[in-house]
Ligand binder design. Structure first.
Ligand SMILES: *Cc1c(COP(=O)(O)O)cnc(C)c1O
Length: 450
């Protein structure tokens, strides 16, 4: 792991359990939660947080948990990162909101300047800021439709793009995201993803792309496609890494067909995969990218960044929103991006992958239930199956996750079949803490799948 040049938190970087997980104060708060918060909002791990920083989350009972989730790939720079805290404090005391569409402010412009620098490609770019990933995806589709005069949007099996009406339509999985929430938006077409663990063995990225493109051309018609929308590594779908060549072939088809290639980098972005953006790994330059999660150190901020001619095609007033590009969130984003540069967090993400992948592959060697270990940088997952098959085992996946939680390690699950354990540590996590988290995972497998 890279030695970080400066402290990223004052919290002790340790796993420390002083009660059961959850402890009595968390249990009390869960009871209050149930009496007042909609049952429709889920909870992965019912401990209530008091503080968090670096690689730990400290709960109201005094337990210090190792964070391998980052609030779903959000606190890439660490929780309450010092630069972010200082920038937010300064901005919140100056002004909290004017609405950029009413009276603008410099922070919004500065964020868009940074996005033009850090996103793939050296073409002329423009950005627009929003609040959530779903909103960014909706706006990318609006822009692509407006600029092309076409309506069809192509998405992939296992895709996740959000929970608003349009993004539910774009998302593949029924439970829990779509079930009984229809009707969904029209002109959305789903085609096969490149999924090496589940595709026929040896299917190349180019062949998987040809399969998807054949379906687009026969079922939609190239001339009707406004946009092809894809996560360069799928997030909620289970950290599916397409075979090499898949993304470049799709991008090339879009260029030839006049369709907009949109990379949804909401989960993969901002150093997570060891590059600033996952599309860079194969040199793919998307026409539009959607950004959110890792962008602003935990403050709600999202963006669409893309080719100036597409972004500027929209009539004035066609894009926006009351809170989009809130000044406090913009200050946090600028401080986060500065932290990523100063601490070389792309290097830190690669170092996390270099620590995790050999450990998880060694675990896979002795654990027949681990069918696949995959991912890049600090976005790593394993797929849990019935031994010797590709049959998903979501039950075992849940037992392993709960065993890790009980031992003070925050891990998340994912996947269309609920059988993927995924790891998204903050990029500032220390080597010792990461190793200890992996020791706990090893022990959980030994106890439940040995
Ligand atoms: C989380 C996510 C979204 C939705 O973002 P929200 O901020 O939850 O609306 C969209 N796309 C991807 C790839 C995501 O991971």
């Amino acid at each position: 792991m890279t030695d970080l040049l400066e402290p990223t938190t004052t919290l002790p970087q340790e796993r420390r359990l002083v009660t059961a997980v959850p402890g009595p104060r968390s249990v009390e708060l869960m009871a209050r939660r149930s009496a007042t918060v909609s049952a429709g909002v889920g909870t992965v791990l019912p401990v209530f947080v008091e503080r968090a920083g670096g690689g730990v989350v400290v709960d109201v009972d005094g337990n210090s948990l190792i964070d391998l989730g980052s609030g779903i790939a959000v606190v890439n720079v660490g929780n309450a990162a010092p630069r972010v805290v200082a920038a937010v404090q300064e901005q919140v005391a100056a002004f909290t909101h004017t609405c950029f569409m009413v009276t603008p402010y410099e922070g919004y412009v500065a964020v868009c300047e940074e996005l033009a620098r850090v996103t793939p490609g050296d073409h002329e770019k423009r950005s627009a800021l929003f609040n959530t990933g779903s909103e960014a995806v909706e706006n990318a589709v609006k822009i692509a439709r407006h600029a092309t005069g076409r309506q069809a949007v192509v998405v992939f099996d296992h895709a996740y793009h959000g929970r608003t009406n349009l993004t539910m339509a774009l998302t593949a999985k029924n439970m829990p995201y779509k079930h009984r929430f229809g009707p969904f938006a029209p002109e959305v077409y789903r085609v096969p993803m490149s999924y090496p663990f589940r595709d026929e063995p040896g299917l190349s990225g180019a062949e998987a792309a040809a399969r998807a493109i054949a379906q687009i051309e026969t079922q939609v018609g190239g001339a009707n496609v406004a946009a092809v929308l894809i996560e360069p590594i799928q997030g909620e779908g289970g950290f599916v890494v397409p075979a090499p060549g898949f993304l470049p072939a799709l991008a090339e088809w879009c260029r030839a067909s006049g369709a907009v290639f949109i990379a949804d980098e909401v989960q993969t972005g901002f150093c997570r995969t060891g590059d600033w953006f996952a599309a860079e790994h194969e040199g793919v330059v998307p026409d539009l990218v959607t950004l959110a999660k890792g962008m602003a150190g935990g403050m709600p901020l999202a963006a669409v960044t893309g080719r100036a001619e597409l972004m500027d095609a929209v009539h004035t007033g066609g894009l926006g929103g009351t809170y989009g590009g809130n000044p406090v969130a913009c200050a946090a984003a600028l401080a986060s991006i500065e932290t990523m540069r100063e601490l070389d967090l792309t290097g830190a993400a690669r170092a996390i992958g270099d620590t995790m992948l050999p450990r998880l592959r060694a675990l896979q060697e002795r654990t027949p239930a681990i069918g696949d270990v995959r991912g890049r940088g600090a976005m790593i997952a394993m797929e849990i199956v019935e031994p010797g098959t590709t049959e998903p085992d979501p039950g075992l996946t849940g037992r392993i996750a709960r065993a890790c939680h009980a031992e003070g390690v925050v891990v998340l699950t994912a996947g269309t079949f609920g059988n993927v354990l995924r790891f998204l540590p903050p990029l500032v996590i220390g080597q010792d803490l990461l190793t200890e988290g992996l020791d706990v995972l090893d022990a959980a497998f030994a106890a439940h799948a040995g």
